[in-house]
Design a protein around this ligand. Structure first.
Ligand code: ZN
Ligand code: FE
Ligand code: FE
Ligand code: ZN
Length: 266
């Protein structure tokens, strides 16, 4: 059985990743992947929203870069996706982007737990001080549940991102996970096993085994992603991710074409 597709990788258009898509594709071939997908940080309706994503006018250039990678690596299946930030009120903009290209999938990610605070931003670590981590988790999972309910996404990205810096609630978080997973199951939205967590302070795949166990029980499907921001990160730690998925009982994962889900064995 081949490796699962790596559906989470970035490009220099987001201004914090290195390497052209064709270089990520070359690395994918070298590590034995047969399918990858690009999912760079999508533009916001307003380009000055933050400084870590492509601008709206760059969306066509992004698609061209992915098409160039396809031409350079005809033996590799290369999907066209986006990592789309979910914020309440942005739904119409997300639909507008969806209509602009023939996307294979959208990863819906929550980074913003308020209009201005991206919970994974290291320059905002001071915002955690004096707050109960459970309160931050609650804000995050409220938005993640709304994202899963929206039907705007095929996959939910890094489903427990607030653990990135290793700051975790003492409380049982299952009451936060369950509504999110019920929403994902109901809307047929998959979640990803994102190996970037292994490269952060939390030193653990997103999501945790606890969350993944509940996801499996709830009938939520999975994908795999390295969240590569450089070609060397493509397919990184997939052996661990596959082992975790199998260990909690998953036998299949998803591939996407033209926003249609196909189930394949892992
Ligand atoms: Zn990024
Ligand atoms: Fe992300
Ligand atoms: Fe990402
Ligand atoms: Zn990401």
């Amino acid at each position: 059985m081949g490796l699962p597709a790596d559906y989470h990788m970035h490009t220099p258009l987001c201004r914090h990743a290195k390497g052209e898509p064709t270089e990520y594709a070359a690395r994918a071939v070298a590590v034995g992947l047969d399918e990858i997908g690009f999912s760079d940080h999508s533009p916001m309706a307003a380009d000055d929203f933050d400084n870590w994503r492509m601008r709206a006018a760059e969306l066509d250039e992004y698609v061209e870069k992915v098409q160039r990678a396809r031409r350079d690596h005809p033996a590799l299946s290369i999907k066209l996706g986006l990592e789309v930030d979910y914020l309440p009120g942005h739904e119409d903009w997300i639909r507008t982007m969806a209509a602009r290209h023939r996307w294979d999938y959208f990863i819906g990610s929550v980074h913003y737990v308020s209009d201005t605070w991206a919970v994974d931003d290291p320059s905002r670590l001071a915002d955690w001080k004096g707050r109960d981590p459970f309160e931050i988790w609650s804000l995050y999972f409220d938005r993640l549940t709304a994202a899963a309910s929206s039907g705007l996404f095929d996959i939910i990205g890094h489903a427990d991102l607030p653990k990135k810096f290793g700051i975790r609630p003492q409380q049982d978080c299952a009451p936060l996970y369950r509504p999110f997973l019920e929403a994902a199951a109901k809307s047929n939205t998959a979640i990803e096993l994102n190996t970037a967590g292994l490269r952060k302070d939390c030193a653990e795949i997103y999501p945790s085994r606890t969350l993944l166990d509940l996801a499996h029980s709830a009938g939520v499907a999975i994908t795999f992603g390295s969240d590569a921001h450089a070609p060397a990160e493509v397919g990184l730690n997939f052996a661990e991710a596959i082992a975790l998925a199998r260990d909690v009982g998953y036998t299949h994962c998803c591939r996407f074409s033209n926003r249609q889900r196909q189930v394949v064995a892992i």
